[in-house]
Write a protein that binds this ligand. Structure first.
Ligand SMILES: [Zn+2]
Length: 302
């Protein structure tokens, strides 16, 4: 049905942060503060803030030395933009959505994912085979529609015949807890009850990619990690549990292997899609340990 792959044991304290990891935690906090607190709700109804967010993301990526392209498309009479960094040769997309839902500041969903993409991009500048992409319109009313930024982006990759290998989606990645009972799950017995880990979720066609990431995590990264992939019979179960609820699903639909990297969203975090999803709710030190681990794993794969 489902296979869970432990990348690291789930119990025990997180390791102490190195000076570089403390800097990473400060950077993540600064990005989340900028998007969720200073800019606030950002979507088709909060259109100017959405543009401000795109400007901020472009400036950040350029400050790390990237060339950034803005790919505009129209939806319901407004122009929305995917942002991508330049890359040569076959590549892995590392992406996140930069809009927030309704009137929500969207600190964890998904300023955290955006902050993670920015910091992985900073840490892995000059690593070949990676392309960093930020999408609008993941949230309703565009969710699962043709106007979702990631759906438009996949179309763009296919029409341009771009050599995309696979995709890593960062969706709600900023909240970790050592409290017993802090983790809920649709899969009792397969997921620990302490929400101190990051999950890497794939579908059947992405099982090899998920396994590769988890294997590389194992033994190299001390932050707890759980891989979750289904057998063909288990896939409907995974989908019913909401594991397709982000931009990676648009890559799945095109037959491109993709995984979601996540703190498990509403199975752990109490402020999902609420106005209380504010910047100070996130746990920046474990968040930084996770992003540091992800960057090391992606570096070892490229
Ligand atoms: Zn959301």
């Amino acid at each position: 049905m489902l296979q869970s792959m432990p990348g690291q044991p789930y119990s025990g304290p997180w390791p102490a942060l190195t000076p570089a990891q403390l800097q990473l935690a400060a950077n993540l906090k600064a990005h989340v503060y900028r998007l969720a607190h200073q800019i606030g709700p950002r979507n088709f109804e909060f259109y100017e803030p959405l543009r401000q967010t795109a400007d901020y993301l472009q400036l950040q990526l350029e400050s790390y030395g990237y060339k950034v392209a803005r790919l505009p498309y129209e939806a319901d009479g407004q122009v929305f933009e995917n942002l991508e960094t330049h890359s040569e040769g076959p590549f892995t997309v590392v992406g996140a959505h930069y809009d927030s839902v309704f009137t929500c500041p969207g600190a964890n969903d998904n300023a955290s994912g955006v902050a993670g993409v920015l910091e992985v991009a900073r840490l892995l500048k000059d690593t070949p085979g990676l392309r960093f992409v930020l999408f609008p319109n993941e949230e309703p009313p565009f969710y699962k529609s043709q106007y979702m930024g990631s759906r438009k982006y996949v179309q763009h990759l296919l029409t341009q015949r771009e050599p995309v290998r696979d995709m890593i989606c960062l969706e709600t990645v900023g909240y970790y807890s050592q409290e017993p009972g802090s983790q809920r799950t649709a899969f009792p017995g397969m997921v620990p009850e302490v929400g101190n880990f990051v999950a890497i979720v794939g579908d059947v066609q992405s099982a090899a990619l998920a396994a590769q990431l988890v294997r590389n995590w194992q033994g190299n990264i001390t932050f707890p990690c759980l891989g979750l992939v289904p057998t063909p019979e288990g896939e409907p179960l995974l989908l019913r549990a909401g594991m397709d609820m982000s931009d990676h699903a648009c890559f799945w639909a095109a037959g491109i292997p993709a995984v979601m990297v996540t703190d498990t969203v509403f199975y752990r975090y109490d402020h999902y899609h609420l106005e209380s999803d504010t910047w100070e709710k996130l746990t920046y030190e474990p968040f930084a340990l996770m992003i540091d681990g992800l960057a090391r794993v992606l570096n070892s794969l490229s």
